[in-house]
Design a binder for this molecule. Structure first.
Ligand code: SF4
Ligand SMILES: [Zn+2]
Length: 222
């Protein structure tokens, strides 16, 4: 059974979001797991009728961050082919007329290699694209620095709310391997839209451990 690009990306996205993955053949949940292999890590899905899918995951699928998508839109408008920020593969670019703004466009970008994707809807807000890129860094909390050790970062976020403490627990590289930037991932966990607390790849067990304790209310500051 061959899957379309959208079907493949959709199944993988469910897998990485921790949701059940329905078989495109039967609609019933498939057994899905990650096979860690140095040169060819894969997500494997096996359905009840023997249907069987493999997706190469080096690198793994992400949802492109807002800042990635902005530069993709810019490239696409300048007729340069935007590339995946993870593997530099040329992206599939789809553009449809913006729903609310005639004459403008909504965009979707998909990577044929890692099946990462992202969409961008036109709004007439003077948004971040007009803000100099250094602004964000200046506004970032002082712990947003990957060279500060985690316990120190936690100390710096001690008086903040849960989202801020979670933010401090992340590895601070904004690498987007989790599908967000560090702040976005922390917020998504704090407000419950992201259930998977193990996605901070560079933070390793150290981050995972602190995030779990923060969520359980058992984290104690040094
Ligand atoms: S994987 Fe970790 S370091 Fe990378 S953006 Fe997500 S939270 Fe930040
Ligand atoms: Zn890619």
């Amino acid at each position: 059974m061959r899957l379309t690009y959208e079907e493949s990306a959709g199944l993988l996205h469910k897998f990485w979001s921790g949701e059940p993955v329905p078989s495109p053949k039967t609609g019933r949940p498939m057994r899905a797991f990650f096979v860690e292999r140095t040169f060819a890590p894969q997500v494997v899905m096996i359905g009840t009728k023997g249907e069987h899918f493999r997706f190469d995951q080096k690198p793994r699928q992400i949802v492109f961050s807002a800042s990635h998508i902005k530069s993709m839109v810019r490239d696409a408008k300048e007729r340069e082919n935007p590339v995946c920020p993870q593997d530099f593969e040329a992206l599939y670019v789809k553009r449809i007329p913006a729903t609310r703004f005639p004459g403008e466009w909504d965009w979707t970008f998909c990577c044929p290699k890692c099946l990462s994707f992202g969409t961008w809807e036109y709004t007439d807000k003077k948004d971040e694209s007009t803000v100099p890129p250094t602004k964000k860094k200046e506004e970032a909390p002082p712990f947003h620095d990957e060279t500060i050790p985690l316990p120190k970062r936690m100390e710096m976020a001690k008086t903040g709310d849960l989202a801020l403490k979670l933010y401090a627990a992340m590895a601070q590289t904004d690498c987007t391997a989790c599908g967000y930037d560090c702040e976005g991932y922390a917020k998504a966990i704090a407000n419950g839209t992201e259930k998977n607390v193990t996605l901070c790849v560079p933070g390793k067990e150290e981050t995972e451990d602190v995030v779990k304790k923060l969520m359980a209310g058992t984290y104690t500051f040094a």
